[in-house]
Ligand binder design. Sequence first.
Ligand SMILES: Cc1cc2nc3c(=O)[nH]c(=O)nc-3n(C[C@H](O)[C@H](O)[C@H](O)COP(=O)(O)OP(=O)(O)OC[C@H]3O[C@@H](n4cnc5c(N)ncnc54)[C@H](O)[C@@H]3O)c2cc1C
Length: 344
Amino acid sequence: MPSVAILGAGMSGLAAAHSFQDAGYTVTLFEKSRGVGGRAATRKREGFIYDHGAQYVKEGTPASLALITERFRTPDLIDIKKPVWIFDGQGHIQAGDEKQNAEQKLNYRNGLTTLPKKMATGLSIQFETRIINVQQEASGWRLYDSAGYNYAGFDFLFITLPAPQARKLIQASQIETALQQEIIQRLTPASYNPLLSIILGYHPQPRTRPYYALVNSDKKHPISWLAWEHEKAPERVPPESGMLIAQMGPEYSAAHMETSDTECIQQVAQMIAQLLQEELLSPIFTDIQRWRYALPAQKVDGDALNAKTLPQRLAFSGDAFVGGRLHLAMEHGIMVAQQLISQQ
Ligand SMILES: Cc1cc2nc3c(=O)[nH]c(=O)nc-3n(C[C@H](O)[C@H](O)[C@H](O)COP(=O)(O)OP(=O)(O)OC[C@H]3O[C@@H](n4cnc5c(N)ncnc54)[C@H](O)[C@@H]3O)c2cc1C
């Protein structure tokens, strides 16, 4: 049976893992963190359940939608029914795009990580293992982790890290020089925007609105996204409480990556009150997540890159090649895995 090592157990890596497993490969995923999902991330704290990364999955192709609604379906799958409205730099709020709002916004009562956790069931995943370089040997790929261990004998290597991290890994690796240079050159233009997620729990619940979330349409407001997390499901918050999630735009996020939690939370809570023209009490719960690689600002050509690496039994997938959306990351993982499988 051919074996494949997949670096990263985010949505792209998990989707690819099932394509390989379906084709009879022995699959091992290596994940630096303690859990699966990558940027599809949920926290459960003090009675609140909140998605501090991606907010929901959009309908993708029929194939990726079927993964969510059929193959990996769980009973707590929900469609967020209320629409997303828009606001501009001046704080004017108005109804959003009808066509986009007609699409499903899929999530789970118990948090978005329900999906990656379900997909991870039965897969072999080496958690808390940060791969720092790889080596191409006659017998296959050997991986080295940050704790000094190595893992050898993989016929194929499948890398799903955000492109700047993938480039760093390749730079540190022992790969034939011309190929290494080619990969580095092709990954270099990729860039990601940082993003601060500010999470605010309230009691009582903030005022109910005709929308579930607001998105900044002209990119002129420091807040890029504001969501009423308790609209996803009542289980998300303690009784009579509510939760707002503000995702800050690239400029604010870059400028405040090192600002203290207290200062960021205070500033953002004031901005929210101003935008909503609503007097909000002091939050009873706060959290902050600083994403350094949140959403791709500049994508790169994955087809051109993989055309060079596939003959070496090496492939790259993830949102750097297709754009920052969960369904796109999954679809890309599946497509590239199938390319690797079909060339054998
Ligand atoms: C705040 C925020 C909001 C978003 N909102 C939405 C949304 O509402 N809808 C939507 O569709 N998309 C949204 N996105 C985008 C979406 O989350 C991503 O496009 C998608 O999760 C990318 O999946 P991926 O598998 O390509 O990468 P990742 O999820 O980043 O997975 C890569 C994995 O690799 C692991 N890893 C990294 N380095 C190493 C290493 N050296 N060794 C081992 N493992 C490693 C990481 O821990 C991670 O688990 C959002 C993203 C953010 C950050």
